[in-house]
Ligand binder design. Structure first.
Ligand code: ADP
Ligand code: MG
Length: 704
């Protein structure tokens, strides 16, 4: 039971920053509770609670000058009022101004008093976003105030900051408390945590000035610049925020590095035997990355290494070699993939390479159930050398006898939090496993330096020899018949074809149906050639049988849903058609296309699209036609979608910055890194304070 303790209001101490917000004048328990919901507990939390955007109420815009999509302040007289009930209650208020145009104000939530006050002839000052409505320009739920008598409307002198807030805490109230907190800002030198010599070297201006500027932009502030986050004051804050995130990741990494890991020295007998049996030689890049991994594994600290390499660059072999090192040293290896199909593909490869060397590979996917699962779990607990499964493997608390290496494939679907939770599996004092992360989505350099600052990065930046780049074209679905004729001709030449159905339906069942329809269409059109079908609703055995048939050449065409996005490897397939390609993101398109161009024959990719194409889709398809380079595609993807989406970490909140924007502020990162190194080495106290200031509760949580 929680006990209710009545505390006297705290006093403002010598360090106002860490003083509880309750010490501010006029901030009572109810407000303290609302602020706490926003994570605002100390006065400095209010200083660093930064505006999301600004409203310009410093001027009045004539209705005739309004532009759709912009926010504006309008003064007008109510001309007509209409209450509608057709679909849901609504109140429509038409106002007019001296420009002799009409603007419709539309309210869906309103009370009777409100409706009764908005009578024709009433003068209003309102602010909102201008949209296109059925009857011309309109504002939905504008802020408004009634103007009395003939007095001219008073406009604001300053731009008004709009803060992130929570239910029950009005914007004015929040802005008021922040104002009170700002009154306690200490002198510039005291507020600064980045040492003066570093500020000077990197041209960092006063933090105090920057804070005051963003909270209270002066009357002559450039709204456009502020809206884009490009004002020097915002850039100064963005720098500090990026720096803090970088420091925080580096510190987490250092904490993991202090843990102990088994030294995996493996005599490399198994490795050599595997290499001898391979039908190819490692590329120089695979060799180099393999060496980097091997050097990490012999250390008594856990390896945290990200291996990035474009689709088809041969990451699996490198992972298998690392696995053998662990096995030879007497430790177990767990390999996890994000989907069953990809896990199966790994199982297939690993068994093919490892079993001839006498190394057994356990299969522990979600679909392994009942007795088979019990037996597999028992073998793992007794020390089975290699275990392959989906990401659930770790979450379900599978018990290992001596886990020495964890390999995680396709990390980009994984958040930073998840990565950390994996690491924390080992208890204090116990050895923690080494961790090898494989990603086919190359991480743009800018992101690698920030979001992945806790990992070392190795790049397999070379494809195995003999690959020819995939020629890509975009064709309208109106020319579908021609495309099918082309497939017919290609099959006649002995080529194998993927036909990918990408309808983004809400269920796997509907996706499967769409694929079945395409399968029927192609089977009819391609008489004389065998057309197979694979989708996510099939049993693993059925899927494997279809894949095997395609691999052996018994099937000429494989109709598939995006289940083949990752991992599928059929070198003879040299033509891919992607339906509704306009609906897919760049990363996914690149992954899909990576399924062809694996053999020596020239490959083609046809991006079928349903016109008309939107602007974004047009750009994406253009990028795909222009390049096969995963790094360039990833950079472009980042530009088009933003880092949260690219990393799949939107939910974890790890990358939700208050002011920084990795795309916009990427140019700051080299300096962030330099300052970061200095601070970690020489200013540990300030480093801790910066993290406390910007990340506060979240950082405490991450360390818990
Ligand atoms: P990814 O990096 O996309 O996971 P894979 O590991 O699946 O790539 O490798 C793609 C294909 O290339 C596989 O068929 C693999 O056997 C083959 N491969 C890997 N390394 C080489 C190499 N050095 N030379 C030739 N083929 C290779
Ligand atoms: Mg792979």
């Amino acid at each position: 039971m929680a006990t209710r303790i009545v505390r006297p209001a705290p006093a403002i101490g010598t360090d106002p920053g860490i003083t509880p917000v309750g010490a501010l004048p006029g901030v009572g328990p109810a407000l303290v509770a609302s602020l706490a919901r926003l994570g605002l507990e100390r006065v400095q939390d209010l200083w660093f609670h930064l505006p999301l955007r600004y409203e310009d109420k410093t001027r009045i815009t004539a209705i005739a000058d309004l532009r759709v999509g912009e926010r504006a302040q309008v003064e007008g007289v109510v001309e007509a009022v209409e209450r509608g009930f057709r679909y849901r209650p609504q109140l429509k208020v038409a106002i007019g101004d001296a420009s002799r145009q009409t603007l419709l104000l539309r309210f869906f939530h309103f009370n009777r008093a409100q409706a009764e006050q908005l009578l024709p002839g009433t003068r209003l000052l309102c602010y909102g976003e201008v949209r296109h409505g059925a009857q011309g320009l309109e504002m939905v739920h504008p802020n408004y105030q009634r103007l009395s008598g003939e007095a001219a409307a008073t406009v604001d002198e300053l731009l008004s900051p709009v803060y992130p807030t929570t239910e029950g805490l009005g914007p004015k109230r929040l802005a008021g408390v922040i104002g009170k907190a700002l009154a306690l800002l200490p002198p510039a030198a005291q507020l600064e945590l980045i040492p003066p010599e570093l500020c000077a070297r990197h041209g960092l201006t006063s933090l105090r000035d920057a804070l005051l500027y963003v909270h209270r932009p002066p009357p002559d502030a450039h709204l456009g610049q502020l809206m884009l986050g490009q004002h020097p004051a915002q850039q100064r804050l963005a720098f500090e925020e990026l720096l803090t995130q970088h420091l925080s990741l580096k510190r987490m990494r250092a904490a993991v590095r202090r843990r102990r890991a088994p030294r995996l020295t493996g005599a490399d007998g198994l490795q050599r035997r595997m290499l001898e049996r391979l039908p190819f030689r490692l590329t120089a890049a695979q060799q180099r990355v393999g060496d980097e991994v091997a050097r990490d594994l012999v250390r008594p600290q856990p390896m945290l290494r990200l291996v990035q390499g474009d689709v088809g660059s041969g990451k699996t072999v490198v992972a298998a070699l690392a696995a053998l090192t662990a096995v030879e040293s007497g430790y177990q290896v767990a390999l996890m993939a994000p989907t069953e199909l990809l896990a199966e593909q790994h199982l297939h490869n690993f068994r093919h390479w490892l079993q001839p060397l006498g190394v057994e590979v356990e299969w522990l996917a979600g679909k392994v159930t009942g007795k088979a699962r019990k037996q597999a779990l028992a073998r793992v607990a007794e020390g089975a050398p290699v275990v392959i499964g989906t990401h659930a493997l770790m979450q379900e608390g599978v018990a290992f006898a001596r886990l020495g290496l964890v390999i995680v494939d396709e990390q980009h679907r994984f958040g930073v939090q998840q990565r950390l939770s994996l690491r924390d599996k080992g208890k204090d004092g116990e050895l923690v496993p080494h961790q090898l992360v494989l990603t086919a989505t190359p991480i743009p350099r800018t992101l690698a330096m920030s979001a992945y600052a806790d990992l070392d990065v190795s790049s397999i930046d070379e494809l195995p020899p003999g690959r020819t780049p995939v020629q890509t074209i975009a064709i309208s679905n109106a020319r579908r018949i021609e495309v099918i004729e082309r497939i017919h001709a290609a099959c006649g030449e002995g080529r194998q074809v993927y036909w990918v159905c990408t309808l983004i339906e809400e269920s796997e069942q509907l996706r499967a149906q769409a694929a079945e329809v395409a399968h029927a269409e192609l089977s009819a059109a391609l008489a004389g050639f065998k057309v197979g079908l694979i989708h996510g609703r099939m049993k693993p055995k059925e899927k494997q049988a279809v894949m095997d048939a395609f691999k052996s050449g018994a099937l000429a065409v494989l109709v598939a849903t995006t289940v083949i996005e990752v991992g599928v490897d059929v070198p003879n397939a040299s033509l891919m058609v992607i339906e509704n390609s306009e609906r897919l993101g760049l990363a996914q398109l690149h992954q899909l296309r990576g399924r062809v161009g694996r053999g020596a024959v020239a490959s083609n990719c046809v991006l079928l699209y349903q016109p008309p194409l939107g602007q974004l889709a047009r750009e994406r398809l253009q990028v795909m036609r222009d390049t096969n380079d995963g790094f360039r595609i990833a950079e472009k993807d980042l530009e088009l979608r933003g880092p949260g989406e690219v990393l799949g970490t939107r939910q974890t909140g790890q990358l939700s910055f208050r002011i920084a924007d990795l795309t916009r502020d990427a140019h700051l990162l080299p300096a962030v890194q330099q300052v970061g190194e200095h601070m970690l080495a020489e200013h540990p106290r300030q480093t801790a304070q910066l993290i406390e200031r910007w990340i506060g509760g979240a950082a405490r949580y991450a360390h818990a």
